[in-house]
Design a protein around this ligand. Sequence first.
Ligand SMILES: NC(=O)c1ccc[n+]([C@@H]2O[C@H](COP(=O)([O-])OP(=O)(O)OC[C@H]3O[C@@H](n4cnc5c(N)ncnc54)[C@H](OP(=O)(O)O)[C@@H]3O)[C@@H](O)[C@H]2O)c1
Length: 302
Amino acid sequence: MASGGLILGAGSLGRLWAACLPPGAAAFVSRPGQSPSLYCEYRLQTLQGSSVNVSVPWQSLPAPYTPAALLVATKAMHALPALKGISESLPKSTPIVLFQNGLGSQQAVAEAFPKRPVIAATTTEGANRPQPDVVVHAGRGTTWVGSLNAAGNEALTPVVEFLFNSGLQVEATADITLRLWQKLVINAGINPFTALLDCPNGQILKQPLYLKHIDGVCEELARLMNHEGMLTNASRLRADIEVVARATTHNTSSMRSDVQNGRATEIDFINGYVAHRCEALNLAAPVNRMLTEQVHSITNNH
Ligand SMILES: NC(=O)c1ccc[n+]([C@@H]2O[C@H](COP(=O)([O-])OP(=O)(O)OC[C@H]3O[C@@H](n4cnc5c(N)ncnc54)[C@H](OP(=O)(O)O)[C@@H]3O)[C@@H](O)[C@H]2O)c1
């Protein structure tokens, strides 16, 4: 029997998708060994400012149906461990749809589950959770979806059709890796500076720390992207970063928010990924490495 989809990770983004999908179309996966209440109840603050009550069932695995998809909405460092914890109870045909920012976690999942359909999504939708039972849809965007392996190619159309039910803007892409890189560039150029300077996005642009290091960040990124077959250059990447920093001038980045709230950041999957990949290829990446270490030094997630 085919039925609704499952969402792994009932945080900001998972709750946004669950609230936008039609009632009954999605359930949250309960953690193994945990027996939460039957429903996850919260309020969604919409883009128009209205407040909607949302009630999403918790589902333990195995589910009594074949899920249409498993949307993985954990932070990047939790995606693979969370999936390993439930994979035995998930039908092999169920597509895994990865929503993590950055790079590295998606490849790790695709390598760990080579025969399962693995799909990545990158979204410019924005959601945050000012209180445990409130999710704010903070910004409208586009969600790009593309497969990471052969099994994912076949599953892509049904997954996109499933996500369309949310009413959010969803687009299939044949090159999701390029989209993930484009988002990583923006995150690498904004997030660590906002976290280290404890300021909103737009304010980084005149800060000495940013002005001293942004060209180094972009040169290292451009060198790595060129090596990976994506033709670009540092000045173009810097221009892209600054367009987004200005367009989101008052926004608090997820990394700044994580630091403010004492949570682990995704730095290892953003600047840390760049540094790690460069070092593996004997390409120097001292600026991305330095920013990674500085963000680690103000958090506990070494
Ligand atoms: N929020 C956005 O607007 C947005 C936009 C684009 C991309 N993203 C990306 O989407 C991902 C999720 O972001 P987010 O803002 O939604 O993060 P979040 O609010 O921290 O949500 C992550 C959720 O995953 C849960 N989780 C962790 N391990 C789990 C496990 N083993 N089983 C079940 N649940 C588990 C966490 O539970 P606990 O809290 O109990 O640990 C948390 O509720 C990130 O990679 C982020 O970069 C987010």
